[in-house]
Design a binder for this molecule. Sequence first.
Ligand SMILES: *Cc1c(COP(=O)(O)O)cnc(C)c1O
Length: 399
Amino acid sequence: MSEYENEWMLDAELATLGVRAGQVRSAEGEHSEPIFMTSSYVFSSAEEAAERFDGSSPGNVYSRYTNPTVRMFEERLAAMEKAEACAATSSGMAAILSVCMSQLASGDEVVCSKSVFGTTTALFNRYLAKMGVITHFVSLTDIDAWRSAINTKTKLLFIETPSNPTNDTVSIRTMSEIAHSVGALLVVDNCFSTPALQRPLEHGADLVVHSATKFIDGQGRALGGAVCGAKQHIDEVVVFLRTCGPTMSAFNAWIFLKGLETLALRMNAHSDNALQIAQFLEAHPLVKKVHYCGLDSHRGHEIAQHQMSKFGGVLGFELIGARAQAWSFINATKICSLTANLGDAKTTIVHPATTTHGRLSAKEREEAGISETLIRLCVGLESVEDLITDLKRGFASLQ
Ligand SMILES: *Cc1c(COP(=O)(O)O)cnc(C)c1O
């Protein structure tokens, strides 16, 4: 548990932590968290300045190092993830980069799920490869493949569960055991579930990364990210951030603090809406398959039930037909926003095969389960009846 923690936090529920954890009031007695828009800080004497710089006295020096608003966000998210510590970053990709840069050196190896965020794959392939780090990509659910991909050079295992957009799941506990058998760390990108639905550290993961841009903000306003885990690892991430610079701005930290206040409520509503929509789609004669790990029929349901409290807002469904049917469906909806983004109060709809996964080869898409009629929905906070009416417009366009 965090060094800044108050005693009341020890047995507080997630909803309470989201509203209150990490707040430090200034002498002004403000009720809401203030935004400290300052790049640097003043010292009361030359002696104090020297102590701040050599680290013998705690306190702020410069906002690339620490900022009070950013620290409140870090403390709040750490409390919610049940992490000892958290470091905030300028984006989700900066969070993943900071884990790699603090943990990996030339000659090390990474084993990464094939079903991760596309830019994560590009980071490993384009930049880490250039620095002599080899990444092996394996199917998320193929446990034997993970076991054969690890060796004594393996330093990180990287997963997203549930995966996007097919909602495949893997046991975080099993993956952590595989990682630890060779002394590697398990990193979980928890951006789809957030700590409101899944806390990977409680299941043996070593590091959790977030794109705060998605559900933590939840209203599509700002870019940010975070890494949560043991203090020992987060201290190394912080050294990278201080040295290389992709820190979170105070203004964005304030947006995310406000996002965390409603996170538990919102994730519940996203999940309830998504489950109702998944059930509606599953019963529809023009739907070939629904990929939502909240459905009993989904292959990832049992694992999801074990490590998640609800199943989130992202689902995929395949229509009967071909690409033309999927495009017609998407074009006929009026409420859903056609955008590749997700984790927003506004429901989003996209055709992965020609957008988010468009750069993959046909074979890679097939392996990832991205068919020509697959549509991804990230179910928002609108009335679920209105959303179902909107999806009916999509189906009507196919008749
Ligand atoms: C969006 C996203 C990222 C990258 O986050 P940014 O904030 O856009 O840099 C990483 N992982 C997942 C799962 C995402 O959806």
